[in-house]
Design a protein around this ligand. Structure first.
Ligand code: ADP
Ligand code: MG
Length: 287
């Protein structure tokens, strides 16, 4: 590989908003045959909105007050919804985020839990009567969270995040380039499949805890694949490092950008197949 042609390739990429940290990453991008994409903030816009809420006013007040302490995009949606509904936020005495599950808070002596089935099961909260409703939300691509106060179920809050407009085209192009395309998410299987359907991804790995994302990448590598991982969040950093090529999507966190080999400015997914095209053109010229 001549250094000059690599420089021309990375320069051309940079002009398009694709920042390679070094020329060797351009060569490795040329060899990719699988790509794993995070769902929230990568395939979707990462700006979820509350679409449904089944609880009472007190539940909303405690739920939203508790979520104020969370940096998760789901929390932002809930806080915005409560604000629109002119809910007064109350002081939170204790707050814990439980990655991949939800949150736990103590407010005015009451235990408040917000999160998925796993969180409710861990606290022995009976949610069987709500299964049909949960399934209905999830089949529509929504993320449904359950609320429990003092160990009792108090409502469901459902949130929807829209896919990026260019996601279906970007995924089509990646497939045409011969890559196996996989979605990886901490969200539940049904929601993930619904979003996958909207963008043309049928291989979905769901319910993955943040610390397991890197292991999933390793499993795909163990099948003999050269894997790219695309992500935006702090959660994605270990997987970005593990992958043969880590791609940070530009609207994401510093941590993700630092962990990545390539940064895509502005979050435009079409720049990923473009980066691959540039790598092929560059490496072919070298040979
Ligand atoms: P993603 O891969 O979509 O970023 P996460 O691993 O961050 O997923 O979260 C997985 C699941 O954990 C969410 O779908 C949600 O059910 C639950 N969860 C995470 N954070 C929160 C929160 N702040 N409030 C309620 N539920 C949460
Ligand atoms: Mg994410």
């Amino acid at each position: 590989a001549t250094p000059t042609s690599i420089m021309v390739g990375t320069g051309k990429a940079a002009e398009n908003g694709i920042l390679f940290k070094g020329g060797e990453h351009l060569e490795r991008t040329h060899q990719l045959n699988a790509i794993v994409l995070d769902k929230t903030g990568t395939i979707t816009k990462g700006k979820p909105e509350v679409t449904d809420f089944t609880g009472d006013k007190e539940a909303l007040q405690l739920l939203a007050s508790a979520e104020k302490g969370s940096e998760h995009p789901l929390a932002g949606a809930i806080v915005a919804y409560a604000t629109e509904n002119e809910i007064d936020f109350v002081d939170v005495d204790e707050f814990h985020a439980i990655p991949g599950h939800g949150i736990e808070a103590k407010i005015a002596g009451k235990q408040v839990l917000v999160g998925n089935r796993k969180l409710m099961n861990d606290h022995q909260i009976d949610i069987k009567a709500n299964e049909d409703k949960l399934v209905e939300y999830e089949t529509n691509g929504k993320t449904a969270m359950l609320i429990a106060i003092e160990g009792e179920f108090r409502g469901i809050v459902a949130v929807a995040d829209t896919i990026k407009e260019t996601a279906p085209q970007a995924i089509r192009e990646l497939k045409e380039q011969g890559l196996e395309v996989i979605m990886l998410t901490g969200d539940n299987e049904r929601t993930a499949q619904a979003i996958g359907k909207q963008v043309g991804i049928d291989k979905v790995i769901a319910g993955v805890l943040p610390e397991e994302k890197a292991d999933k990448v390793k499993e795909i590598q163990a099948q003999g694949k050269k894997v790219a991982m695309v992500g935006d969040g702090v959660n994605d950093a270990p997987a970005l490092v593990t992958a043969d090529i880590g791609i940070a999507i530009g609207t994401g966190t510093e941590v993700a950008i630092e962990a990545a080999d390539v940064t895509i400015l502005g979050g435009e997914l079409l720049l990923i197949p473009k980066a691959i095209r540039i790598s092929h053109a560059t490496i072919r010229n070298i040979r």
